[in-house]
Design a binder for this molecule. Structure first.
Ligand SMILES: [Zn+2]
Length: 315
């Protein structure tokens, strides 16, 4: 059904593409779509989070190169294409008060510069659909919030004649979605299923301390349970970033497949109507030829704005 369509997943760091929406990526690739992952940064300020790989000089002397290789391995598992946007990881500032962000990092880059970089990739790959993070970044990392701003800005700019004339021919992606990974509903369903089987839920503390982060609703559920194992293999390819015995792997895959067999997305902006609950990110776009014609028609009107009203964006 989606054969010949093109999806672009815009992420902040190498490993985000494997932890957010990756089973969806693998599914669309298997169905004959092209999926391009864009990593805005190189993950330069990541730490080694896998205990077994700490203190290894061959890794520590050039973590950046190591992470590039990990990304290539994850890309191979998912079967997608990949582009580095080339900005520098901002790191996750910690402390009270928070230290200033490091000079030259992605989150401090000029929005015009970062937007042009992504517009160039969009006009080259010509995606019908974009995915990225919500306005809160999905989680409050400065690069994730910046990733949202850049993706939304480039979504609009890519189709406009006269904007970034050196970045290629205008191309208007037809929809942009937010990844909606860890909803209260999903965590609760898995937590309760773990308890029912006498297993220890890894989500007990998370749920006890749950604070509603934003409003926003899932519009699209992509059934992709057959690709959960692929998702986990892609994540494990980021060996320095992922503890194989850690939190993310404590829920048995068969239980996930039974209780929550889909990955969820929130339509943010769309040039075609959105009819929840969709089961396809390309719903309403027709054949690849029809979608191509729409993306270059030049007289599109927004048909859907699902951005939550509590989103007061500065951008
Ligand atoms: Zn990240």
């Amino acid at each position: 059904m989606s054969r010949g369509m093109r999806l672009m997943a815009v992420h902040a760091h190498p490993d985000d593409e494997s932890s957010k929406g990756s089973a969806t990526t693998a599914k669309y690739v298997a169905e004959g779509s092209r999926v391009r992952v864009v990593s805005c940064t190189g993950g330069e300020r990541g730490d080694i989070l896998n205990e077994r790989l700490k203190g290894r000089p061959e890794i520590e002397r050039d973590l950046v190169a190591y992470r590039r290789r990990e990304m290539r391995a994850a890309q191979g598992v998912l079967g997608c294409e990949h582009t580095w946007l080339g900005f520098v990881d901002s790191g996750l500032p910690e402390g009270d008060p928070l230290p200033p962000l490091p000079e030259g990092c992605f989150a401090l880059e000029d929005l015009e510069v970062t937007t042009e970089a992504l517009v160039r990739v969009i006009r080259e790959f010509r995606p019908h659909v974009l995915t990225t993070y919500d306005e809160k970044g999905g989680y409050p990392h400065p690069d994730h919030m910046m990733c949202h701003r850049v993706a939304m800005s480039a979504f609009v700019a890519a189709g406009e004649h006269g904007r970034y004339p050196d970045a290629g021919e205008p191309w208007q992606p037809l929809k942009v979605y937010y990844n909606s990974g860890h909803s209260l509903e999903r965590l609760t369903a898995i937590h309760e299923a773990m308890a029912a089987e006498g297993l220890e839920s890894p989500y007990t503390d998370w749920l006890a301390n749950w604070k509603p982060r934003r409003t926003g609703r899932v519009t699209t559920e992509i059934v992709c349970a057959d690709y959960f194992e692929t998702r986990d293999r892609a994540l494990l390819a980021h060996a320095t970033q992922v503890d194989p015995d850690g939190f993310w792997f404590r829920v048995p895959v068969p239980l996930q497949q039974r209780v929550w067999p889909h990955e969820d997305f929130e339509a943010a902006l769309s040039y075609v109507p959105i009819r929840p609950v969709e089961d396809d990110l390309f719903a309403g776009l027709g054949t690849p030829e029809e979608a191509d014609a729409l993306a270059t028609s030049g007289d599109l009107m927004l048909a859907y704005d699902g951005r939550p009203p509590d989103m007061e964006e500065s951008a």
